[in-house]
Design a protein around this ligand. Structure first.
Ligand code: UDP
Length: 420
């Protein structure tokens, strides 16, 4: 059997959130999609994948199939079996590590490689790496130092940043989802560039396909001649929904345009959702903004296709799956010039990148696009073409090349789809 054909047994750590959790909640979004899609692709290629997550439901079975027969989700008891506040999560890392180790021992499983997601899992990955003597690949998804610098109101706790520094020092490989994250890892964390691999995230091109706008709007009960701006994501200050609302209130070309906000709990009376509702009222656009709450991932193509523009006004976005999904549906994207968005949205070709975090420049670009149907169509078409290389199969091949390199000492191949 050649090295390329070897099937690996992969332990994936997703301590703080499950790849099967409903999306669009407070803490469920891109990371969950990433773990789920990558796991499926690896299983499709015959690899055995066990994804370990903290048990949050006392009645859930210990093992749930993600992709039969070789990819499983394993619930590990660590702390109370319910959702916990983020601050309480570090307390139960020891129990989680012990639970994963006990599972492997009981099942007599020897993993070839560990792949951790987010710093909490990275901490456990570092410990299990020592225990099992296998390579550890860490992916942060967000970095505490970057979050703290992105918006004045954000302050990440020092223990998180210290833990991230230790992971950066010791992990066999860090997967960064773009060049920007690679630079930040080097500049803010002193990472060794030789141990960083850049692999972008992906998009499910079978699910995210253009649907004729009239058809999508008909299915959603939206009017044909309205102008519609769409936001999709977790509802938290870093996502910059306030910038979108500010921009919508300033539009000149289409003062009557509507804003759909997808994500979060639409009925929430507290926190960021309440703040955004108040803001829409203060701006005098409350009747033109709909907070729809979380929407099933599988239904999102309808919304992306129905929208004229998808807006991603984030203060910080390590990758930004939503932009790719919108582009895959042939919808132009107006996004902040941050993180992975710099690599995915092509300014003046598939949308616009805005270097400032304030409503005015967003309004200016949105006016331009909303007032020009031909431009929207051209951008949308380029967008669908531009995302082709981001299929999850390409992501899996690039990640497998890293596994292969670390397990077998073979030089990493197979990243061609992402070399540009
Ligand atoms: N999402 C969803 N339903 C929602 C809100 C979000 O399915 O109601 C999904 C969205 O399609 C995307 C992910 O959550 O795949 C968000 O990922 P992104 O990288 O844009 O943001 P992150 O959550 O990583 O900050």
């Amino acid at each position: 059997m050649t090295g390329r054909d070897t099937m690996y047994r992969i332990a994936v750590l997703s301590y703080h959130t499950s790849p099967l959790a409903p999306l669009g909640g407070r803490d469920t979004g891109g990371l969950n999609v990433y773990v789920r899609e990558l796991t499926r692709e690896l299983a499709e290629r015959g690899h055995h994948v066990d994804v370990f997550t903290r048990r949050t439901d006392p009645d859930a079975p210990e093992i749930v199939a993600i992709a039969a027969p070789s990819a499983r989700l394993v619930h590990i008891a660590a702390g109370p079996p319910r959702e916990l506040e983020k601050e309480a999560l570090p307390t139960h890392l020891d129990a989680f590590e012990a639970g994963v180790a006990a599972f492997a021992e009981r099942e007599r499983l020897a993993y070839d490689v560990l792949h951790s997601h987010y710093w909490l899992s990275g901490v456990v990955g570092e410990r299990l790496k020592v225990r099992w003597g296998v390579p550890h690949i860490a992916m942060f998804h967000t970095l505490g130092e970057v979050k703290s610098r992105a918006r004045i109101s954000e302050r990440e706790p020092a223990p998180r940043i210290e833990a991230e520094r230790a992971i950066v020092r010791n992990a066999d490989r860090i997967v960064a989802c773009g060049r920007d994250e690679r630079q930040l890892l080097m500049r803010l964390y002193g990472a060794d560039p030789g141990r960083i691999s850049v692999v972008p995230c992906g998009v499910n091109l079978d699910l995210f396909q253009p649907i004729a706008k009239a058809e999508a709007r008909h299915q959603l009960g939206l009017r044909d001649d309205d102008r519609i701006l769409l936001f999709v994501g977790r509802i938290e200050p870093l996502k910059g929904v306030d910038i979108l609302l500010g921009a919508a209130a300033q539009l000149e070309a289409e003062p009557d345009c509507f804003v759909l906000v997808i994500g979060g709990d639409s009925s929430a009376r507290e926190g960021e959702m309440a703040h955004l509702r108040d803001l829409a009222s203060q701006l005098g656009i409350a009747e033109r903004v709909s907070f729809l709450g979380a929407v099933d991932h599988e239904r999102l193509p309808l919304f992306y296709s129905a929208a004229d523009v998808c807006v991603v006004p984030s203060f910080y976005e390590s990758f930004g799956l939503v932009a790719l999904e919108a582009m895959a549906c042939g919808t132009p994207v107006v996004a902040s010039r941050v993180g992975g968005l710099i690599g995915t949205v092509r300014d003046g070709e598939t949308g616009y990148l805005i270097p400032w975090r304030c409503p005015e420049p967003f309004a200016e670009r949105l006016d331009l696009l909303l007032g020009n149907e031909e431009l929207r169509r051209a951008f949308g078409q380029s967008a669908r073409e531009a995302v082709q290389r981001y299929r999850w199969g390409n992501v899996a091949e690039a990640v497998l090349a890293i596994y292969r390199e670390l397990i077998e000492g073979a030089p990493a191949k197979g990243r061609a789809a992402f070399r540009n």
